[in-house]
Design a protein around this ligand. Structure first.
Ligand code: ADP
Ligand code: MG
Length: 407
């Protein structure tokens, strides 16, 4: 690195009041009045447990400080009007969408409006109803980076609709319904497959905590775990690679299918059953088809890694030992995702390798893969140096530069 290297680019989170003011401003610009209120929902990173949700497995995500804010009011008619101040990353018909709520169907809505419109549609399918709505979104979450900007969009909508339609879906138990509606919006309306990790995390995880989600029950079981990295001078550095992930190109769905096929070949309902068997990995090694063996090996070993990281977080061993162990599991998760699940790419591998070179305790891709973001568990005092080294590695490789944020 030479002295003239440019500064790494950081995505700054917005303070609550600032996010609310931005959403209100967006609302006032489009609707010429103040909104009745502002609601919000955060993005997430997953500490560990990738591609386990749809295999009835375990995951250990946490929320980030970046959120999506929605300023909203009810209308006098039955229309839904959605505007977003999102940048060029949003794909779809302009920044404003309007239509009667009765006309919203999975066939009728394309692009980004499908997420909020899908949420309203999913709640109405569940029998909830209310007047038309004006919704204006502002978000500090990088879009399409694997940090769940889409879930923040549907979950913030869910919070607003819950309040404005006076649905009172406020207890944890009833919040599940909002999360499920948000999943329907993505799966059925936006047609981007999701196993629920993002939506449950956005709605259920609290600041300063991770949340272990067990997808083997319906609804899933949540176990909040204090995430005390800051107390030990550690933080999660999020590296937003220049490669955006695309969930609609069929590769995520292909992994889902391969996991189903592996379950069938193993004679189980889900790969979780194999993960719960002490001889699970040996059973996986017995699979004759190489691709299915690799996919199953990732899922089964990843569920075990979630268990190990959860145990270490709750454990009583000396802190440095626990963090070294956690970091090791995080590196292993990346290797497993890259080699066995084959969802990494040059940018994600470069981010993880550069994090390793700079001494990060652990690093791995987060989200579905094929692009998007990676995380690195680093000492706070090393944060800047690590970001610089990773940034420089991208420049040396002739790649577009990444962005960074701290979780
Ligand atoms: P991720 O959820 O990891 O950011 P996705 O591909 O699942 O990536 O979702 C990104 C899509 O969500 C965008 O292409 C856009 O359609 C929609 N989206 C997310 N945030 C916003 C926003 N603030 N305004 C408009 N659309 C958004
Ligand atoms: Mg998403």
């Amino acid at each position: 690195m030479n002295a003239s290297s440019p500064e790494p680019r950081w995505y700054e989170p917005w303070a609550r009041a600032s996010g609310e003011a931005r959403a209100q401003q967006c609302f006032a610009d489009h609707f010429g009045e103040a909104a009745a209120g502002v609601w919000s929902a955060p993005g997430r990173v997953n500490l560990i447990g990738e591609h386990t949700d749809y295999n009835f497995g375990l995951a250990l995500p946490t929320i980030i400080r970046h959120r999506t804010f929605v300023a909203a009011s009810v209308r006098d008619d039955d229309d839904l009007v959605i505007v977003s101040s999102g940048g060029e990353d949003i794909v779809g018909p302009g920044k404003r969408w309007q239509g009667p709520m009765d006309d919203i169907t999975p066939e009728s809505t394309d692009g980004w409006p499908a997420y909020p419109a899908g949420l309203v549609w999913a709640l109405r399918e569940r029998g909830y109803d209310g007047p038309g709505l004006n919704l204006a979104f502002s978000s500090s979450i990088p879009i399409g980076a694997g940090l769940a900007s889409s879930a923040a969009l549907t979950c913030s909508t869910a919070m607003a609709v819950n309040a404005l339609w006076r649905l009172a879906l406020d207890s944890d138990e009833r919040h599940i319904e909002l999360a499920e509606a948000a999943m329907d919006a993505e799966n059925l309306m936006a047609k981007t497959p999701t196993g629920g990790l993002d939506q449950y995390t956005s709605l259920f995880c609290r600041e300063g905590s991770a949340i272990e989600i067990d997808f083997s029950t319906s609804p899933p079981t949540f176990r909040p775990t204090p995430l005390y990295f800051p107390d030990y001078g550690l933080a999660l550095l999020v590296i937003v690679t220049p490669k955006r992930h695309r969930l609609t190109d069929g590769r995520y769905a292909q992994r889902y299918d391969e996991c189903q096929q592996a379950s069938k070949a193993l004679g189980v309902q889900s790969l979780r059953e194999v993960a719960d068997d002490p001889h699970g990995l040996r059973r996986v090694e017995g699979l004759s088809e190489e691709v299915l063996k690799k996919r199953a090996r990732h899922v089964v070993s990843e569920i075990e890694r979630v268990r190990l990281v959860s145990e270490e977080l709750a454990g009583t061993a000396p802190a440095h030992e626990r963090f070294v162990d956690i970091g090791r599991q995080i590196y292993r998760s990346h290797t497993s995702l890259a080699v066995d699940f084959e969802v990494s790419c040059a940018e994600l591998d470069l981010a993880v390798n550069a994090a390793w070179t700079s001494g990060a305790l652990g690093a791995r891709l987060v989200g579905g893969g094929f692009g998007g973001a990676a995380i690195a568990l680093v000492r706070r005092t090393q944060m800047d140096a690590t970001a610089r080294l990773i940034d420089q590695s991208f420049m040396d490789a002739g790649m577009e530069r990444p962005g960074f944020l701290v979780s």
